[in-house]
Design a protein around this ligand. Structure first.
Ligand code: S3P
Length: 406
């Protein structure tokens, strides 16, 4: 699902807070978050400010967030009486959401949720870790806890040290979504490394992404225009036919046939990468390494979403990254082409452009690699088509039928 973009309001004076809300009202985003802890005025004025902000924001939703210093917020936040303010905001019902920290006092949050069962202001039960990224199990546990306490949305923000930490936030989000499909989630990995979570968290089930139009409220937020550009492409609709599979299964031949038959453009991900890098794939592997190439693959998919309906022929390793598969699935139907190892060997044995098979051009190695990769291919595939001893026209026709394109 396309995430809503939310812009924070982090000014400390009432006039500046109002001015930021007016500015957000004119932007192509869905939400604003007022970080109350940045406010330097009196607690009693807060409900009035919320009403004013709602008026300026028009159709856009407002999150009123209470964050204390201990939870990564500003010092100001500690001056307010956290729970009485929370109850007042909920009773007022002007804000669309109030964000409360669940680790602060779970019992009290549960009580508030219960007491305000017919609330108009929904409660986001949030959890933060500004130092590290906990285990996937703990992340899921916290999101489940928000649900168990009676909150309407579960939120988790944590700090990655490595890109694997960010991927762990993705998998915890997906696991939680699978368990409770109807419970809305907002998850993010902060800082520079976590930037990808702000762009791609939606593919795993995170429903809001925080971006900036001015000052940031947490590390790693990026300009909302960059987010919008990526979202416009990723969520432009399922329009392409995407061919995946091992080297030599016939992706290039079949995509050419499919393009002819269905009057679509043919896009080869390897060709696009080689053109952009002005280097052959083999040369990219030998000079920059496989990881560099894999990152190019992941990045290039973003640009494919808004193209007219096309046939996309993917490099053989494209389906090995879950993020690639999720991006491609948002854009089209994924078709896995399969062939026997012997057929593959026949087709690639004279190839000089398969760095993965360099020095290992034999059936045994192909079998071994196929076995390693099969679970990824099968998991990614929405349709499966065999290509051994068949004519391209016949295969292309089967694919068009399976994808409901004829
Ligand atoms: C690769 C397959 C190649 C190319 C690169 C890596 C792989 O594409 O992307 O050499 O890891 O299987 P083809 O499947 O089109 O040969």
């Amino acid at each position: 699902m396309r995430p809503k973009i939310c812009i924070p309001i982090v000014e400390s004076l009432r006039d500046a807070i109002a001015a930021q809300a007016k500015k957000i009202a004119g932007l192509p985003v869905e939400m604003a978050e007022w970080r109350i802890d940045f406010y330097a005025g009196y607690e009693r004025e807060i409900p009035g400010i919320i009403r004013e902000l709602k008026k300026y924001l028009g159709q856009k939703e407002l999150i009123a967030t209470l964050r204390t210093e201990a939870e990564g917020g500003e010092e100001n936040g500690s001056r307010f009486d956290y729970f009485s303010l929370a109850e007042e905001i909920i009773a007022q019902g002007a804000a669309d959401y109030v964000d409360l920290e669940i680790e602060r006092d779970s019992g009290r949050i549960m009580e508030i949720c219960k007491k305000n069962a017919d609330r108009r202001t929904k409660i986001i039960g949030s959890c933060h870790d500004f130092r590290k990224t906990p285990s996937a199990g703990f992340l899921v546990e916290m999101l489940e806890k928000a649900k168990m306490l009676g909150c309407d949305v579960g939120k988790f923000a944590c700090m990655p040290k490595t890109v694997e930490d960010t991927y762990r936030v993705f998998s915890a989000t997906a696991a939680m979504k699978e368990k409770f499909p109807d419970f809305p989630l907002i998850t993010m990995s902060m800082g520079k490394i976590g930037e990808i979570s702000r762009l791609y968290g939606g593919l795993y089930g995170s429903e809001v992404s925080f971006g900036t139009a001015g000052k940031e409220s947490a590390p790693g937020q990026m300009d909302y225009r960059r987010m919008k550009e990526v979202f416009d492409s990723l969520y432009a609709g399922k329009r392409h036919i995407v061919l995946i599979g091992f080297m030599g299964v016939g992706k290039t031949t079949i995509s050419c046939e499919l393009a002819k038959m269905s009057n679509r453009e043919e896009i080869d991900t390897d060709c696009r990468i080689a053109e952009k890098e002005k280097q052959s794939i083999s040369r990219i592997f030998s000079t920059k390494g496989e990881e560099y190439f894999r990152n190019l693959e992941t990045d290039m998919i973003d640009g494919l979403g808004k193209l007219p309906p096309s046939v996309i022929s993917c490099g053989g390793g494209m389906a090995l990254r879950d993020l690639n598969v999720r991006k491609l699935r948002a854009m089209g139907d994924i078709v896995l082409l399969k062939a026997e190892p012997e057929t593959i060997w026949e087709r690639v044995r004279h190839s000089k452009s398969r760095p993965i098979l360099n020095g290992n051009m034999n059936i045994e190695y192909i079998k071994k690699l196929l076995k390693e990769r099969a679970p990824y291919y099968e998991k990614a595939a929405e349709h499966v088509v065999m290509t051994d001893r068949r004519m391209p026209e016949e295969i292309a026709k089967e694919i068009l039928e399976k994808c409901g394109k004829i």
